[in-house]
Write a protein that binds this ligand. Structure first.
Ligand code: C2E
Ligand code: CA
Ligand code: CA
Ligand code: CA
Length: 391
């Protein structure tokens, strides 16, 4: 498709036509008309730089108006398949909002253009596409609202799971894991809301809350450890690192709670570093300058972690549960775990195995000289009160 020239009076498209493109007006002017009570009425006059027929780019319904050249007009067609591709990559919630807005627009327009006989029932003319996307997106918007509310009404809780010395089971530290105690839905798993908070940017506020809470709870947690360099570990998310103040905020929180940077470990996944490498590298180097300790989380589940092992001074590698659970059943997982431990040790890093649920696996990992373990065998994540009771 190239530019198209329309002489005065030519119809560019007609109400009810199938439309698969929009037009950018490069030269000239066009009028937009709709039928009201069977009579055509001009609703607008558009000129250079303006877009016509754009509704067809987003949904596949017929044209809602007739457009005619009132001066010789040069138009650049914009094909729907091109926009489809862009829309595909758009956040589903935004895509949905766009559809809702368009739908409203069509309903209003068809309401205007209804002839008397039609009873003015615009909804009959344009049935609402109440599809799966609609339902999902609406639920997500509601969830995002709930998250905002949860932050201001103290619905989040922190639970702490022990990370133990594999050989003798002493508690070396705790991983802080967020819980959402929703007033109607009960406990919601972080996996069910953090991904959305990540998309909406709410994760930054949640992340600060998490850090603050873990550090506030540190005196109790420290008492529950039995190790020469005890720590509490918090999970960082991609969006947190893009904030301007992150490193500064961490510093303030540490000061406020009289903690050393070694006592606060920060867990991050490879995906975090991959998303925005420039930002990540700057923030991580600042964190390290502060004295912070980094752990590479979910090792082996993302991209190859080897690059990051050499690029950042990572203190700890956490091997994901996906490799630990089948450790005794499948030769490849045993080999991967074995080699990961060797590699980490040769680089001066220590290793935490995640998701240890039984004694046999613990023994195997001890044999492989893994340093620390985390999992139900040692303890499930507990509320601070429950940890305090056990002291
Ligand atoms: P993760 O960082 O890999 O955390 C370990 C997850 O494994 C936790 O799930 C923990 O409860 C679970 N787990 C620990 N031991 C065992 C075991 O022996 N068996 C089994 N089946 N599971 C075990 P949880 O608490 O549901 O957290 C899920 C994920 O959500 C975490 O995975 C982490 O990626 C994220 N997350 C949790 N809290 C936070 C937070 O405060 N901030 C951020 N950014 N992410 C968080
Ligand atoms: Ca983690
Ligand atoms: Ca993990
Ligand atoms: Ca994991």
């Amino acid at each position: 498709l190239h530019r198209q020239k329309f002489s005065v009076g030519t119809v560019i498209f007609q109400e009810g036509d199938e439309g698969d493109c929009a037009y950018l007006i490069e030269e000239g002017r066009v009028e937009v008309c709709i039928a009201v009570d069977g009579e055509e009425q001009r609703v607008s006059l558009l000129g250079q730089g303006e877009l016509i027929g754009e509704v067809a780019l987003v949904d596949r319904q017929p044209r809602t108006a007739t457009v005619r050249a009132v001066e010789t007009a040069v138009l650049v067609p914009i094909r729907r398949d091109l926009v489809d591709e862009l829309l595909e990559k758009t956040d589903p919630v935004i895509r949905h909002l766009l559809r809702v807005v368009l739908e409203r627009f069509r309903t209003t327009q068809s309401g205007l253009s209804c002839r008397a006989g039609n009873g003015g029932n615009a909804l009959l003319e344009y049935p609402r596409p109440l599809d799966h996307l609609h339902a999902t997106a609406t639920r997500q918007l509601a969830l995002a609202e709930d998250i905002a509310h949860a932050l201001t009404t103290d619905q989040f809780e922190m639970h702490y799971q022990p990370i133990c010395v594999l050989q003798d089971g002493r508690v070396a530290g705790f991983e802080a894991l967020i819980r959402w105690n929703h007033p109607r839905e009960g406990m919601i798993s972080p996996l069910d809301f953090l991904w959305l908070a990540e998309q909406t940017g709410q994760i930054r506020a949640i992340g600060m809350w998490t850090l603050e809470r873990a550090c506030r709870d540190w005196p109790v947690l420290r008492q529950a450890t039995d190790h020469s360099s005890p720590f509490v570990s918090v999970n960082l998310s991609a969006n947190q690192l893009t904030g301007d103040h992150f490193v500064h905020d961490v510093k303030l929180i540490l000061e406020r709670h009289h903690m050393t940077a070694e006592e606060l470990k920060m867990e991050l996944t490879e995906t975090i570093i991959i998303g925005r490498p420039e930002i990540a590298s700057q923030v991580l180097n600042n964190l390290i300058a502060l004295g912070g300790t980094l752990a590479l989380d979910d090792f082996g589940t993302g991209y190859s972690g080897l690059d990051y092992l050499q690029r950042y001074p990572i203190a700890t590698v956490k091997i994901d549960r996906a490799f630990i659970t089948p450790l005794l059943q499948t030769a490849p997982s045993l080999e991967i775990v074995n080699k990961t431990i060797e590699l980490a040790h040769s680089l001066g890093m220590n290793v935490v195995a995640e998701g240890i649920e039984n004694e046999e696996i613990r023994q195997k990992l001890t044999q492989l000289r893994c340093d620390f373990g985390q999992g139900w065998l040692f303890g499930k994540p507990l509320a601070l009160d429950d940890i305090r009771k056990r002291l």
